[in-house]
Design a protein around this ligand. Structure first.
Ligand code: AMP
Length: 993
């Protein structure tokens, strides 16, 4: 009657304070992990009333959160369906659809890409989990309930789900102690993806046995060098691994990382004899060859190999192995090869929704009536001493780098590509490694290029199923009885995959240090003499093992840790070089000066402002005025000269935006004459009042983006010793940060000019136009794809207008009329807010945001509250002194509910803000168009409320002998319904609303 959850709970009771899980710097005790799992389980009950045998998908990166998700599903009594975020979207959709999955645990980042999930499905984002009870959830499942549904490759072209029950795993679990001698206190390294069933041993049986799990992140699991390092440093004494992975690790590290292990389980594919020989050098480590298919739960047989011959040993506890004749009716004699068949307690329930296939593979037991036995498709025989020998496959199922693949699935997907008439996928051994080669007969006279074939296959197949070679054939060789003659297939000729069909890229030598570094690595690892920036990894014979090696070399030689997927997504050398830098920030070397042109492309942000201004040509909403009161005698000549130099230094101050083919372009005008206008109002009776009024009128005068000028400077003189300097630009050419830069420079220039000295600084070579170009490139080449995915996930389905109570009905068309109010929050309250933030790892701004969201929730009664915040958008130092429209907007979306406590909301807001900052470069303006938000003239896209925390730079520098102070310059407009402008002052917090 016992379930997996019962066994797990017993471990929690027995040693609540032992460490159950280590992930990076996080350590969770049995009690803590159990509570995290219970929270998930209780939420699953509360929100979706999950039932036993119901399938709950899990699509998450490897982390302690994923463990809580996995264990949570198990504790809820439901079954889990593991999905790998690295799989193509179409494959994930297929699995969701085929399994009828209606509940999915995932993370916000992956939400956007989801298709194929039923429209009434519940998607739970574990990174935004509401607070659910931590007590044990109600018990609902039994030993016969489904525990997991794992999809394996299917020969007909689509993967098939294997259904495993709780009792299967409970039965297997007895081997942990009885066969492998594992016990509480042992520590296992978990490297295997949850889509492969041997992960159940690492993640679940380990905890059922009271062990400690060291969970490797995706980045580490994909990087053999780092995995070896983790093994060596994390106190692990148990390792389970496939021979392929071990081989890669031993290329990066010494055999000694394995010494001292209590158990090394190696299996999942045949153990190559040379690796076996090598492992004999660590005689004290118990080495187990483990064998078994997914359909019979994790492992079915084991051989302790030390000093023994290479066999797969004997059946595990309560497993039953028979060698049968091809028709499955009779047992063959000892020593005779037949089909290896497995019965006993590990036997799966069958294939999900594939009755015929189930009946074909799970046949009646020839000896025990009423029982079933699974035909593995492996050749096997019993040796006289009782050991079993595995003799390879009878069919076209293969193992490549430890992954189970039906070549038929690759072939079926190749046949879907137009231009392919016949396809055979076959394993070839090259340099001692199994590689997939695709043999293709074209339909018509030409095959698609290998890179195209690959791209099409990658829409559906995971990386490890993609062929490394594409070979064109006139016809498929056949055996006399008309079957494909695989033995007659030619070996691929080597380097360029399918070079026979590929168009060779024009050679262009590396231009930057990163490109040169990468080219050297590619040349070495791909064995190619000369690699240029246009070369494609796959067309040079790249495949996943080589990608792993390249990633290791990049880490060592270029000191950059990368995800393997980066190489797959950027197979062309130049784009990989760009992406390498894009992973963390922006490649400074790519921001190189553009050649002089008549016009330059605009950035996504500029394009949107241009359109907004064109829709409302009379609007001053995007005017950026700055007014300074100057006390003391102004040296007019020095000021005029300083402003001219400023305009000369910064191209945006003289950039206009005419139209080219319906789109705005940037035209940079030459420096021309003087930019400062003097207005003398000192003769008036109330000159200051006159000045304020005149400057406000000037500040609210709309700009003509087509013809310019887009920068104005006016000095209003009210008396000998008092004047007002109004500087004005359009937002399309600068942001608030720009004012900071310009003011600093203006102060310096004025200081020099007033003293009769000249400034000798050279003009900046790289300016905003280069950044616009970089942004467009980054978007087009996919370097910012991760960021794009993040935002599409975070904002999927957003855009509910906020309904604040208003006195008047909201006009159908949004207008920009506005005004501002100021309030001050006393210092003692601000200090407490800051203290609260510190306790929860949040900044004052995050606390203010959470407060603002609470306020908006209360006032609107709506639960989804999205507030916009600006971010500087200047990721590298090179951009910090540039004038231009860099500022970007992040739409931070929260769900505020009545049950939430304030600190929970704060935690949520903090996380959303941190995630947002991490993905801050992706242009908001592009998102708005990509998300296809319905045009609504009454509301702004995504949010109507903006919050800003004023930065320190806004302190005004002194201008030589002049005392300078800011003058609030209102334009009578507001860009949003409400803007909360906070600034932290010594005396407290100022809020300009
Ligand atoms: P999977 O369902 O992914 O575990 O794959 C099961 C198949 O992998 C088996 O049917 C064998 O063909 C192969 N296999 C697994 N372990 C071994 C092993 N230790 N030696 C030889 N082949 C193995």
């Amino acid at each position: 009657t016992e379930t997996v959850a019962d066994i797990l709970e017993r471990q929690v009771l027995e040693h609540p304070d032992s460490i159950a899980l280590v992930f990076e710097s996080v350590e969770l005790t049995y009690r803590e992990l159990n509570e995290a799992a219970n929270r998930v389980a209780n939420q699953l009950h509360r929100q979706c009333r999950v039932q036993p045998d119901q399938v709950v998908g899990i699509l998450m990166d490897r982390s302690e959160r994923m463990m809580a998700g996995l264990l949570g599903i198990i504790k809820s009594g439901a079954a889990y369906l593991p999905l790998d975020p690295a799989f193509p979207a179409a494959r994930i959709s297929y699995m969701l659809e085929d399994s009828g999955c209606r509940v999915l645990l995932t993370e916000r980042v992956y939400r956007g890409g989801l298709t194929g999930i039923s429209p009434d499905a519940v998607i739970i984002e574990l990174d935004c989990l509401p607070d659910a009870p931590v007590t044990d959830p109600p018990r609902s499942s039994g030993p016969e309930s489904l525990l997991y549904l794992i999809y394996t490759s299917g020969s007909t072209g689509l993967p098939k789900g294997v259904m495993l029950e709780q009792r299967n795993v409970i039965s297997f679990n007895r081997n942990m102690a009885q066969v492998y001698g594992l016990e509480p206190g042992d520590t296992i390294l978990a490297l295997t993806t949850i889509t492969f069933d041997i992960s159940v041993l690492e993640l679940i049986c380990s905890l059922m046995s009271g062990m400690k799990v060291v969970l490797a992140s995706d980045a580490i699991a994909n990087n053999p060098g780092r995995a070896a390092e983790l093994l060596g440093t994390s106190g692990v004494n148990v390792v389970q691994i496939t021979p392929s992975r071990l081989k890669l690790m031993l290329e990066e590290a010494d055999l000694s990382i394995l010494s001292g292990l209590k158990a090394l389980l190696i299996g999942g594919e045949p153990l190559p004899p040379h690796l076996f020989e090598r492992l004999k050098a660590i005689p004290d480590v118990p080495l187990f060859n483990v064998y078994g298919p997914t359909e019979a739960t994790i492992w079915s047989t084991t051989k302790k190999l030390n000093d023994a011959d290479l066999t797969i040993g004997v059946p595990l506890v309560d497993e039953d192995v028979l060698i049968l004749t091809p028709d499955g009716s009779k047992i063959v004699p000892i020593g005779v090869w037949g089909e290896l068949c497995i019965g006993g307690q590990g036997l799966a329930r069958g294939y999900w929704n594939r009755l015929e296939l189930t009946l074909d593979r799970f046949i009646p037991h020839p000896v025990r009536p009423g029982e079933r036995i699974y035909r593995t498709g492996d050749f096997g025989r019993f040796l006289p001493d009782g050991d079993i020998q595995c003799g390879g496959r009878m069919d076209n199922q293969v193992k490549v780098r430890g992954y189970r693949i039906e070549t038929g699935e690759i072939e079926q997907n190749l046949l879907k590509i137009s231009g392919v008439r016949e396809a055979v996928a076959h394993i070839v051994e090259i340099d001692g490694l199994n590689e997939i080669a695709a043999y293709l007969v074209p339909d018509g006279d030409k095959l698609p290029l290998p890179s195209e074939l690959r791209q099409r296959l990658a829409e559906y197949l995971p990386d490890y199923m993609l062929p490394s070679y594409y070979v064109a054939l006139d016809s498929v060789p056949l055996t006399p009885n008309g079957k494909t003659d695989r033995k007659a297939l030619p070996l691929p000729t080597g380097k360029a995959a399918g070079s026979a069909t590929s168009g060779v890229a024009a050679y262009l030598p590396p231009r930057t240090e990163i490109e040169a570094g990468l080219a050297a690595i590619w040349q070495r690892i791909l064995g190619v003499e000369r690699v240029g920036v246009n070369d494609n990894f796959f067309e040079l014979g790249g495949h996943s093992i080589k990608a792993i090696r390249i990633a290791s070399a990049i880490a060592k030689e270029l000191r950059q840790e990368i995800q393997l997927s980066l190489i797959f997504q950027n197979p062309v050398l130049s784009s990989l070089a760009a992406a390498l830098s894009g992973t963390t920030a922006v490649d400074q070397t790519l921001l190189s000066p553009l050649l002089p042109q008549q016009w330059y492309e605009t950035s996504p942000g500029q394009r949107r402002l241009w359109i907004l201004q064109r829709m409302a040509p009379g609007s001053a909403a995007y005017n950026m005025p700055l007014a300074l009161k100057l006390m003391g005698h102004v040296d007019l000549a020095a000021l005029t000269k300083s402003i001219s130099s400023l305009v000369e230094r910064h191209e945006p101050l003289r950039t206009i935006f005419p139209e080219q083919d319906g789109l705005p372009v940037q035209v940079i005008l030459p420096t021309d004459g003087e930019y400062l206008t003097l207005v003398d109002l000192s003769g008036h009776t109330d000159p200051w009042e006159q000045t304020i009024q005149a400057s406000r009128r000037a500040a609210a005068t709309p700009f003509d983006l087509y013809g310019g000028p887009l920068f104005r400077a006016i000095l209003y003189r009210t008396s000998q010793d008092e004047s007002l300097l109004l500087l004005l630009m359009h937002h399309i050419n600068g942001d608030a940060w720009t004012w900071g830069i310009l003011l600093r420079e203006l102060a310096e220039l004025y200081h020099l000019n007033a003293a009769g000295r000249t400034a000798h600084s050279s003009l900046p070579l790289v300016q905003y136009k280069e950044w616009a170009h970089y942004q467009n490139n980054a978007m087009a080449s996919g370097i910012w794809e991760t960021m794009r995915q993040y935002w599409h996930g975070a904002l999927a389905g957003a855009n509910t207008p906020l309904n604040l109570p208003t006195d008047l009905t909201r006009p159908a068309v949004r207008r920009d009329g506005g005004d501002s109010l100021q309030l001050t929050l006393p210092a003692q309250i601000v200090v407490q807010l800051e203290e609260m933030g510190r306790r929860h790892g949040a900044t004052l701004f995050m606390v203010l945001l959470a407060l603002l969201k609470t306020l908006l929730y209360r006032m609107s009664g709506q639960e989804e509250i999205t507030v916009g915040i600006p971010v500087a958008g200047r990721p590298v130092q090179q951009l910090e002194d540039m004038a231009g429209f860099f500022v970007n907007t992040l739409a931070l979306r929260s769900r505020v509910t009545a049950e939430l406590q304030f600190v929970q909301l704060l935690a949520q807001v903090r996380q959303t803000a941190l995630d947002g900052y991490e993905h801050q470069l992706y242009p908001f303006d592009s998102l708005v168009s990509e998300l296809a938000i319905p045009r609504d003239t009454g509301n702004a896209p995504l949010f109507d409320v903006m919050a800003v925390m004023q930065e320190d730079w806004e302190r005004i520098p002194a201008f030589s002998n002049l005392a300078v102070s800011p003058v609030t310059m209102v334009t009578g407009t507001s860009r949003f319904d409400l803007v909360f402008n906070f600034s932290r002052e010594d005396e407290g917090l100022t809020l300009e609303l």
